[in-house]
Design a protein around this ligand. Sequence first.
Ligand code: FM0
Length: 330
Amino acid sequence: MKATAKAHTNIALIKYWGKRNDELILPTNNSLSITLDGFYTTTSVAFKQDLTEDTFLLNNTPIVGEQHQRVTSFLNLVRKLAGKELYAEVKSMNAVPTAAGFASSASGFAALAAAASKAIGLNLSESELSRLTRQGSGSACRSIFGGFAEWQKGARVDGSDSFAVQVAPKEHWDIRVAAVVLSSKMKKVSSRAGMKRTVESSPFFKGWVESIPADLDAIKQGISDRDFQKVGEIAEANCLKMHATTLGANPPFTYWLDTTVTVMQTVQQLRDSGIPAYFTIDAGPNVKVLYLPQYEEEVKRTLQGIPGVSDVKLSKVGQGITFLEDETLA
Ligand code: FM0
């Protein structure tokens, strides 16, 4: 009753920002992301008779408290689905530099869901796995798929039609993402808390939700046509709209630092100089920059030269869930 799975993180071009059901993790809007090959989590899960509780090792360190609680709550869903009561030993290795500002929860819950469901004997389809993963962390449901994935919000109250689908495989289009890491940090409003406050109090939230269907139609056409300018422009504008909603919340907040804005302006200057590049930003200060492979050197050099930038990590489009035979983690 043991399995090991690897999942990559993803970056949303159309953001998931707002829930209609906090407990089932049901979103107010569809979202669309690129799975990234550079950042991933490998997790092994072993269900055992002799355990008296779930154990969770992350990067060889025992985890207790809230993070452990989230893993246990998720395993409860898996146990319920399988009709089995066994506790599990969970071991995860994160190749997602937390400092890179990627939510490791996306690759983390995708790998956990895949490994746990296989280990306990559930034989889930990718859609079923995505639906299960969603209940650990919303954005993670997109990481089941490689390439370009859309999380369809669904309409049912029980969430049975809320899961991701693949829009295009990674072979469809070689575009790149630079993760720009800033040296200064700030106290973070988690994406979970931030989106909740926005839904409850921002007058701009309604406009955000209404703007999604058009963005989504246009970006899917852009992906299908491999139209980099179209995809970049929509992604950048969608990110700005999401961040605008936080300024209208009560109390207001922003994820941006001064260097965040400097990176955004530098990306705009790159475009003015003839290099197509576009930014997107999640619930944190770090910026992700979309670019085409032929401009890699220049984009990297420019971003690294910005004062206040500590690192730039490059990634290609990545693959979906894989199961590993190698049991070194377990
Ligand atoms: O990834 O409360 O998945 O679409 O990263 O666990 O469901 O951490 F910019 C924000 C991520 C949201 C956009 O939210 O929330 C995106 C965000 P949970 P997540």
